[in-house]
Each structure stands twice: as structure tokens, then as C-alpha cells.
Design a protein around this ligand. Structure first.
Ligand SMILES: C[S@@+](CC[C@H](N)C(=O)[O-])C[C@H]1O[C@@H](n2cnc3c(N)ncnc32)[C@H](O)[C@@H]1O
Length: 264
């Protein structure tokens, strides 16, 4: 990415004329299009095998992974980067939807188990993961509560009647993940947000709180994943608001000091 707007320093014309022209052009550009494309902050050099993986995930495209037509699907590129970083041996996706994580694992030669309510697996059921064995990485991309309705199944997280019920079900899935996550294993939860009855739901924050109550803590900074090419970006709205261009990935690990469970 670059952050240049195409301004060149004055050379042959008088400095004053150029400065005026530049100021006018800058004002016009800013008024019409904002400050233009911006660079990401410089990342420090580390020993990471994936040096471009930072707390801002800006890779464009989705990679040749999963079913791009599956509603609410995500790009495979963040999953690819996380798997190349953590190098797990066995991955679970308990809400696999269109199979994005499945295809990334297949490309990277990582053993994978994928399940979904579509095939009758209810990830909220206590003990549902008991027969699955251990995993050192779990990818979890739940519905963003009611933003996409996947079916009429009352067990689906998208059909939870209230926010409290949604978070309660999410906690049940997190609890199941806790039981099959190997020591040192990571659980990555991707969560977006939107409005319900005129108010932002703050789902990533609620998810972090639910995870902490289930004994998880952040293993890495929260990752802001840019939503390149989302369906809403091509729309025009008559109202004025701050568009949301990202979702948030929480990479979690089990907290050694388990917090006492409390009601959500
Ligand atoms: C956001 S989609 C996952 C999309 C997937 N990451 C992809 O790229 O295609 C959420 C999925 O969660 C599944 N789901 C919802 N409630 C569930 C439950 N109780 N148990 C298992 N899967 C559930 C839905 O069927 C849906 O496929």
C-alpha cells in the first residue's frame, strides 16, 4: 500500500503558484475521497515465520479456500497465516460452514476435523466434543448472532432469542473447546459486529469476556481483520455513519489460573 496522493515538489514554476495549486488539490482530494490510501504502521522485525502477520490483517482476497458462496464465510488468508505461525498438528473447526479452514488445512497438509450443525453436530451440547480427541488449534467462526440466519434450527447460534442466550451458547462451545484443547494449544475465534435495534452489539468485546469467564486469555493481540470486498462496501447509503470495515480475531489459550464461572 502507499499513502502518496501524487503531489510532487515544486520545480520550475514559482513556488507560490505551486503551493496554491497543491493546497487546492489537497483540499479537493481530501474533501472528495479522504486522505487516500494509507500505509500500515511499520512492524518490528521478529523471528516470526510469518512476518506480515501482525495485529492488523490486511491481506486482500480470500485464497482458493472454502465455498465463497457460503453465507457469512470468511477468507482463508488469516487462517493460513495463523496455521503457518502456530504450526499445529491437528485442527478442529466445530462450525465449518463452507469449509474454508478445511481447505487451508488440506493445502498445508495438517490433519483436520470439521463439523457443523448442518450435518447434525451441535457444538453447544455438553460433552459433544468428548470423542474427538485432542487438538492443538481450534478455528471457530460462529454466527454474529442474528446478522445471518443460517436455518430454522433452534440450536443454531444465529437463532438465539436474546443476546444473553447467544452469549450463553457461545460459552457452552468455548467450554467444549476447553476440554479438547491440548496444553499450549490455541483457539482462534473470529467475530464481527453490527447493530441490533439501533445499538451496536459489541460482539467481539462480549466474546472476550465470555472466553475469559471460561478460563481463556489472549495468546496474541486481538487481530483486526480487514474485510476487503464485503457486500456492504459496494452499497450507497443515504444516512451518515462510520462504516465498519473489519472483524476481530481473538487468539486464545487456556488460562492457567481458571477464573470462577459467573453468569453472563
Ligand atoms: C459464520 S458461519 C462459518 C463460516 C465458515 N467459517 C466459512 O468460511 O464458510 C457459522 C456456522 O456456524 C454454524 N453453527 C451455528 N450454530 C451451531 C451449533 N450450535 N453447532 C455447530 N455449528 C453451528 C452454522 O451452521 C454456520 O455454518
Amino acid at each position: 500500500m502507499n499513502n502518496r496522493l501524487g503531489f510532487r515538489p515544486a520545480q520550475n514554476h514559482t513556488m507560490r503558484t505551486m503551493q496554491n495549486a497543491n493546497a487546492e488539490r489537497r483540499e479537493r482530494t481530501t474533501r472528495e475521497t479522504g486522505p487516500g490510501r494509507m500505509t500500515l504502521p511499520e512492524a518490528p522485525r521478529t523471528a516470526s515465520p510469518v512476518p506480515w502477520l501482525t495485529s492488523i490483517h490486511a491481506r486482500e482476497g480470500r485464497g482458493p479456500y472454502g465455498n465463497p458462496g457460503y453465507r457469512g464465510n470468511c477468507s482463508g488468508l488469516l487462517i493460513e497465516d495463523l496455521l503457518n505461525f502456530y504450526r499445529p498438528r491437528r485442527v478442529l473447526d466445530p462450525m465449518q460452514g463452507g469449509g474454508t479452514c478445511r481447505d487451508v488445512c488440506s493445502a498445508l497438509g495438517i490433519a483436520y476435523q470439521g463439523l457443523d450443525l448442518r450435518s447434525g453436530f451441535d457444538a453447544t451440547r455438553p460433552g459433544a466434543f468428548a470423542e474427538l480427541g485432542r487438538f492443538d488449534f481450534i478455528w471457530m467462526h460462529p454466527p454474529y448472532w442474528r446478522m445471518v440466519r443460517y436455518n430454522d434450527d433452534p440450536r443454531c447460534l444465529s437463532n438465539a432469542p436474546t443476546m444473553g442466550e447467544f452469549i450463553g451458547r457461545l460459552r457452552a462451545v468455548l467450554r467444549n473447546c476447553q476440554e479438547v484443547l491440548a496444553d499450549g494449544g490455541k483457539l482462534a475465534v473470529l467475530m464481527g459486529d453490527g447493530k441490533h435495534e439501533g445499538r451496536y452489539m459489541a460482539l467481539p468485546f462480549r466474546t472476550m469476556r465470555a472466553a475469559a469467564l471460561e478460563g481463556f486469555w489472549l495468546a496474541a493481540p486481538e487481530i483486526v481483520r480487514f474485510g476487503h470486498g464485503s457486500t456492504s462496501s459496494s452499497k450507497t447509503y443515504a444516512t451518515s455513519f462510520i462504516p465498519r470495515l473489519h472483524d476481530v480475531c481473538l487468539v486464545l489459550e487456556r488460562n492457567s489460573r481458571r477464573l470462577p464461572a459467573r453468569a453472563s
